[in-house]
Design a protein around this ligand. Structure first.
Ligand SMILES: *[C@@H]1O[C@H](CO)[C@@H](O)[C@H](O)[C@H]1NC(C)=O
Length: 540
């Protein structure tokens, strides 16, 4: 009886042992395969995060390995680990082709995936790709698989590789002698695998039985479904393949990377990328939805600063009405400051002009005053206006963080473009106004000699016309971007065409408006010299 019990225990124990072993071997089988990507700097971090999320969303539990070079910060590595990536540090592989020394310096580094001998097979994905349908089938692909693009050339954005030290060393030997049409790894691989265009297409539906009956090919081609190029989508404004069968989308368009906020406003397929991005988990504090704590802070600051300035001005203008200090120089100084800041807001020069005094007097003096308008005032104002546009748009794009959400980016750029433009052009109009006054003083002191010192005004009264022009410009600027969306146009070239069309109308309008306003403010300067300062406290 005791012997029986003991042998029962032995049997149970060995069953347990065998099952543990089997489980162990299963586990190592799947960990012999991995998805791999490469990260050179923090700029692509969000891309890698979204890629990882997309892989997990499609139900894959394979290892995800991020090869990171020196340019990647410690925080980024921590975040990637928290997201479930295995982070491996690699040193850059120097580019033997010295043609493009700076931009292409480290591009041969990608060849290091051929040296990842810890894994039996790796699927390499560029950081600007996303997986929209499970691609675990790709591990069935043979020793080297990639996608053909640029007619007969392979694209190294998505590759299946069977790592081998011998293969890698052979590549390293040939790196210096084989030519590279891109100056980088892609060109090199095309030279290394010259027969690649003749490889047959990988068929994921083949069963293991069928695969066993045929020799393993050295390389296979992947269908477009595994590397669907957004550039191709842009040409036809649709995927050339069946949407439902798409597996990998590759955002190849050079400056239009999916993580830059403006890309979403130009490239339709970026919607798919963003829908994954917004669902990124908060694996480290403040990183949910692909957020970045620094950017969040900058966004808040950029959003609130012009608004605070506007509120401050409104407060000032209310205060200004109460005081009888209006005529003191202090008040005038404040008014100048106020108008400069006030013009920060999109309102421009708002308020009611004392038209009863202004408009008729323009007509009254029109014969005399028009001769005093500087000859080049119109041309100068147009130049100033367009320079101000370039400066304001340029500064806005520089100060607004790139990887924020598309709506946030658009609103912030509008806010700051308007703020900077109206400040710059407002200052110009104030200068013109001052100049007008100077001219008036000069002519008056030479011709008339009334005691006009008391008439001199430091304040600038508001002008409804200026406000309308400002609003018109703002409206056209907003229309230029929003019209394609209102009309539901998704084709890139049509979108851009429409934007350019409205932008031309805007430019024409601004040419007219800037010239008109400059003359108007010059005349106003002349008027203000003569006018009795009764209108001073009617400001806004
Ligand atoms: C390639 O892999 C081997 C073994 O893992 C390693 O010793 C070697 O340094 C690697 N070569 C390069 C250039 O990274």
């Amino acid at each position: 009886m005791v012997r029986l019990k003991a042998s029962l225990w032995v049997i149970l124990f060995s069953i347990a042992l065998v099952s543990i072993q089997m489980k162990g071997s299963f586990g190592s089988e799947s960990s012999k395969e991995a998805y791999v990507t490469l990260l050179y700097g923090d700029e692509f971090l969000l891309g890698v995060r979204v890629l990882g999320k997309s892989i997990r969303d499609t139900g894959s539990n394979r290892d995800m390995v991020a090869l990171v070079s020196d340019g990647v910060s410690g925080y980024s590595k921590k975040l990637l680990k928290a997201d479930g990536w295995k982070v491996e540090k690699i040193s850059l592989l120097a580019n033997p082709n010295q043609v493009h020394p700076t931009r292409f310096w480290g591009v041969y580094t990608k060849l290091k995936i051929f040296n990842m001998t810890n894994y039996k097979k790796v699927v390499y994905l560029d950081a600007d790709t996303i997986v929209v349908k499970n691609i675990d089938d790709l591990f069935k692909c043979s020793k080297f698989c990639a996608n053909l693009k640029h007619s007969e050339r392979l694209n190294s954005g998505v590759m299946v590789v069977e790592p081998s030290e011998a293969l890698f060393n052979d590549m390293m030997r040939k790196v210096k002698t084989l030519s590279s049409y891109t100056g980088g790894d892609q060109g090199f691989l095309n030279s290394y695998y010259p027969d690649f265009p003749n490889a047959r297409v990988f068929d994921p539906s083949l069963t293991p039985e069928v695969l066993k009956t045929r020799p393993v090919p050295d390389m296979e081609r992947l269908s477009t479904l595994y590397n669907a190029d957004v550039g191709l989508y842009m040409l036809a404004n649709k995927w050339m393949v069946d949407d439902s069968k798409l597996h990998i989308i590759h955002y190849t368009l050079g400056p239009l990377k999916p993580w830059d906020w403006w890309t979403a406003w130009l490239v339709k397929p970026v919607d798919a990328w963003h829908s994954i991005r917004v669902n990124l988990e908060e694996t480290l504090p403040g990183t949910g939805g692909g957020k970045n704590q620094n950017d969040e802070l900058v966004v808040k600051f950029l959003f609130l600063l012009p608004l605070c300035a506007l509120l401050f001005c409104i407060y000032r203008s209310i205060q200004g009405h109460e005081g009888s200090l209006c005529r003191t120089s202090l008040c005038n100084q404040i008014r100048y400051l106020y108008y400069k800041i006030r013009s920060n807001g999109t309102l421009g020069y708002s308020g009611v002009s004392t038209s009863s005094n202004m408009t008729p007097s323009y007509q009254l003096h029109s014969v005399g005053t028009h001769s005093k308008i500087p000859q080049h005032l119109g041309a100068v104002s147009v130049v100033v206006c367009f320079t101000a546009v370039l400066i304001s748009v340029g500064i806005s794009f520089v100060i607004v963080p790139r990887q924020i959400m598309p709506w946030t980016g658009l609103i912030l750029v509008y806010e700051w473009t308007f703020t900077i433009f109206f400040s710059l052009f407002g200052c110009f109009l104030l200068l013109v106004h001052q100049h007008g006054k100077k001219v008036a003083i000069q002519t008056e002191s030479s011709s008339l000699d009334d005691s006009s010192k008391g008439h001199q005004r430091g304040g600038v009264s508001c002008d409804v016309t200026t406000l309308y022009y400002g609003l018109g410009m703002a409206f056209l600027a907003i229309a230029a971007v929003s019209l394609p969306y209102i009309l539901g146009i998704t084709a890139l070239f049509l979108r851009l065409g429409l934007m350019v069309g409205v932008a031309i109308i805007l430019a024409a309008f601004m040419t007219y408006a800037s010239e008109h306003l400059a003359i108007r403010w010059f005349l106003k300067g002349l008027e203000d010299r003569r006018a009795i300062s009764k209108s001073l406290c009617f400001l806004c």
